[in-house]
Design a protein around this ligand. Structure first.
Ligand code: FMN
Ligand code: EPS
Length: 379
């Protein structure tokens, strides 16, 4: 099974991810991982921390001569802002962060909670996802994430091709598909920050080139829609996930929701096996399985919890009412969230891919992939 777990505190020595079950024989370029880490640090509205860090990955194991060995891959990102031993505890928990609940649950300091709850941990989730997408590319599977709404301002271009979307996103400081709106959005972020407040937004990820049959209908916890939702919801500050039409599907009639099935013999040799869908309201998943269409996932990110103009809180030492504590913080991290969501989805898709085609070696996976496509055409 392909899986990973992470370790590390926000101001500890380093963040670590341990990736198990990654197939042998995949060419790994650490610069591809570093490029995703750089993007995660970017966007507009980040706080002072990103001027301190220059995140790069150290691959500590599992790779030889730029090729995966099939053994565990340990990924490390060093914290330049390592200062955990010197930091004081907080006494006034911030609403929206894990401070109050974690301190009560673990009967310990708030510091012990916020250091691990912090989205700094997503550095190594992104590193693991960027590793996984190097496997996906071997199968022509491409993943792209971008911002579609920020602080209530919509910034998307429907119906663009993946390449057009990539070009637009890479031209935007916000990572949206509508760079023309960058000045308006930046102004909103600046004004909100000056007012001591914060902003959220909506991000979208598209995965193209998926074969039929990743995931399964057969058991609830193996359905790919549920697994994608878990991976995305588990990103800090994500509060909603939609696949395809999502909540909008509940407002329409069936005839306006379900994607008709057509057949085009000229596309028989492609990953769709010739089964074309004039719409993709299902977002690429039916009954927990990929259906050859692009996977489309949206996620809602709430505004940052730490407010310069603090909300009401309680001093946990005196139990007297006091304003919540302020620690250095972002005003808006929606752009970063688009990079994180994109990469956690990449990992989940890669996990489902190795489930279907095996995870010993890339060469065996490819042979099984080709055999499956042939058998599916001949069924
Ligand atoms: C990229 C990113 C950066 C974040 N930066 C901050 C921050 O600077 N300050 C803050 O209070 N919360 C920040 N958050 C959100 C908190 O980590 C998150 O709200 C907290 O861990 C509680 O978890 P929950 O919102 O998922 O319930 C950030 C989240 C993301 C995804
Ligand atoms: C460090 C990162 O994000 C951090 C996430 C975060 C939080 O509470 O989630 C709080 C801030 O931490 P600090 O107080 O050290 O500035 C953010 O900067 C990062 O994304 O690399």
């Amino acid at each position: 099974m392909l899986r990973y777990s992470t370790a590390g505190e926000s101001h500890g020595k380093a963040l670590l991810a341990l990736v198990d079950g990654f197939p042998a024989g995949v060419t790994i370029d650490s610069q591809i991982i570093d490029a995703e880490l750089r993007r995660r640090q970017g966007g507009y509205g980040r706080g002072g921390r990103q001027r301190i860090e220059t995140d790069t990955v150290d691959i500590l194991s599992g790779i030889w001569k730029q090729t995966s060995l099939g053994s565990p891959i340990a990924l490390q990102v060093i914290n330049k802002d390592y200062k955990l031993e010197r930091l004081e505890d907080l006494t006034r928990p911030r609403p929206g962060h894990g401070d109050l609940t974690g301190a009560i649950k673990y009967l310990g300091p708030i510091r012990g909670i916020l250091e691990r709850a912090s989205a700094r941990e997503t550095t190594v989730r992104v590193a693991a996802g960027a590793l996984a997408r190097q496997l996906l590319r071997e199968f022509g599977i491409e993943v792209l994430g971008y911002v579609v709404e920020l602080g209530g301002i919509a910034c998307e271009v429907p119906d663009a091709t993946l390449d057009e979307k990539r070009r637009l996103r890479d031209a935007s400081d916000i990572y949206s598909l509508d760079p023309a709106r960058d000045p308006e959005i930046k102004k909103l972020i600046d004004e909100t920050g000056k007012a001591g407040d914060t902003l959220g937004g909506v991000v979208e990820t598209v995965v193209e080139g998926l074969p039929f049959g990743l995931g399964t209908h057969a058991q609830w916890d193996l359905k790919l829609d549920g697994r994608i939702a878990q991976a995305v919801m588990a990103v800090q500050a994500i509060k909603g996930v939609e696949i395809g039409l999502g909540f909008e599907a509940a407002r329409r009639r069936g005839s306006q929701v379900h994607d008709p099935i057509h057949f085009d013999a000229t596309k028989r040799e492609t990953h769709t096996l010739g089964f074309e869908r004039p719409s993709n309201n299902a977002g690429g998943l039916e009954a927990g399985m990929t259906n050859g269409q692009p996977l489309v996932v949206r996620a809602a990110k709430k505004p940052i919890s730490t407010l310069r103009k603090s909300l009401d809180s309680v001093n946990l030492t005196t139990l007297e009412p006091e304003a919540a504590q302020y620690e250095r913080s972002d005003v808006c991290a929606v752009s970063a969230a688009s990079v994180i969501v994109e990469n956690v989805i990449a990992f989940e898709v890669a996990r489902a891919l190795v489930e279907k085609f095996g995870n010993d070696s890339l060469v065996e996976m490819k042979a099984r992939y080709d055999l499956f496509q042939k058998m599916a055409r001949e069924r």
